[in-house]
Design a protein around this ligand. Structure first.
Ligand SMILES: Cc1ncc(COP(=O)(O)O)c(C=O)c1O
Length: 407
């Protein structure tokens, strides 16, 4: 039977694929250390669960408005005001079933066939495929280890064409953990002010997970002139450890976009799960001490991983400012004859990072996502959303693997 041509343009999610493989090996009794996870290892806080259970018991089990319950939309605006001092109205907020759906619906709403969307790389796996599903053209702006994985203003300027429909900024970033500073974003704002037809999507899903003296800024905070075309995409998944709950939101000052998102969602999933929305209200109104505790634990794990990796020959690593990923560069290893023979053994002759990932899993039972999934074949993504005990065990094995690759 025939399937749609649309599917040929996209790939299955590589991060979900790797997690599934690592889980399969675990279920066969293998002692796998999984650095692949894209979700916090903490449980959702009880106060959020309790508010959800109460909503269920009160019978909040029916359809809600497509755009979400009014109290949650209002709570989102209060949270934004408290957090980043921006004023929005409940009417500017669209509640969706997870950040993924937020972004998918945004692309479906703003992209026409052939429109270009600028995506700095290494990028989160789904941006490119979502743009292609909406028949747009992803324009990847490649950055490098040397540039700190940051897009420069010159790169942004040269990527803009008459067909540019949108640019997406994800800071802190998945997979690199990069955090753009206020000045860097301001210089992007100065360029984007000249192009009034370009939408600016800011994926703020890791905004709460920022370390050291890094500070969170997004383009809505920096350019009054840009405000009307900045679309904030956010989710409860990472900050509140609510990945399985599937809840996220878009915030935009553009009523036409709100109507478009409502139309698409109304013809696909309708409202996000009713009682989950009530749990989310409790999350946003809470005191955030859970988030602080989780962030402190992540910071300790990040410090350990960065310190350990920086002692391994052939591996280069930055100290990421946010999210829960470290993205080391393996270019100093991959030309070694021993690594090349591992590429042959694992039948991965075209991608260094896939070969690294397969060989590390095969030889040492450690799972890491290959950088090629994020458009950067000389990188590996290490998620530290696992316990310190697992991290220590995993990093010991990585050091042994790196030793094997020498020579
Ligand atoms: C950068 C980024 N954006 C969006 C998402 C979507 O998250 P969710 O659909 O769980 O809200 C993720 C999840 O990994 C992500 O890393």
């Amino acid at each position: 039977m025939q399937l749609s041509n649309r599917l040929n343009a996209i790939e299955a999610s590589p991060t979900l694929g790797l997690t599934a493989l690592a889980n399969k090996l675990k279920s066969e009794g293998k002692d796998v250390v999984g650095f692949g996870a894209g979700e916090p290892d903490f449980d959702t806080p009880d106060y959020i669960k309790e508010a959800t259970i109460a909503a269920l018991k009160e019978g909040k089990t029916k359809y809600t408005p497509v755009l979400g319950v009014e109290a949650l939309r209002k709570a989102v605006t209060e949270f934004i005001k408290r957090d980043i001092l921006l004023d929005y109205n409940a009417a500017d907020v669209v509640i969706c079933s997870g950040g993924k759906q937020v972004l998918y619906n945004i692309f479906m709403s703003i992209v026409n066939p052939g429109d270009e969307v600028i995506i700095p790389g290494p990028y989160w796996v789904s941006y490119k495929d979502m743009v292609m599903l909406s028949e747009g053209k992803p324009v990847i702006v490649n950055t490098s280890f040397e540039s700190g994985f940051k897009m420069t203003t010159d790169q942004l300027q040269s990527a803009i064409t008459a067909k540019t429909r949108a640019v997406i900024i994800n800071s802190p970033s998945n997979p690199t953990g990069v955090v753009y500073s206020r000045d860097e974003l301001k210089s992007f704002a100065n360029i984007l002010e000249k192009y009034p037809d370009i939408w600016i999507i800011t994926d703020d899903i890791y905004a709460k997970l920022i370390y050291d003296d890094n500070e969170f800024f997004n383009l809505a905070m920096l350019g009054e002139k840009l405000r009307d075309r900045v679309i904030i995409a956010d989710s409860f998944s990472k900050a509140f450890s609510m990945t399985g709950w599937r809840l996220g939101y878009a915030v935009t000052k553009n009523p036409g976009l709100v109507a478009a998102l409502e139309k698409i969602q109304g013809q696909s999933t309708s409202n996000a799960t009713s009682f989950v929305q009530y749990g989310a209200i409790a999350a946003l109104k809470g005191d955030l001490s859970f988030v602080d505790k989780m962030r402190d634990a992540f910071q300790e794990r990040r410090d350990f991983i960065v310190k350990t990796l920086s002692m391994m020959p052939g591996i280069k690593v930055h100290n990421p400012g946010g999210a829960f990923y470290v993205f080391p560069d393996i270019s100093g290893l991959v030309q070694k004859p021993r690594f090349i023979s591992l590429m042959e053994k694992y039948k991965e002759k075209t991608s260094y990072s896939k070969a690294f990932s397969s060989a590390l899993l095969g030889e040492k039972l450690v799972a890491m996502v290959p950088g090629i999934a994020f458009g950067y074949d000389m990188g590996m993504r290490i998620s530290y959303a696992i316990s310190m005990e697992q991290i220590k065990k995993g990093m010991e094995r990585v050091a042994e693997f790196v030793d094997i690759c020498q020579g």
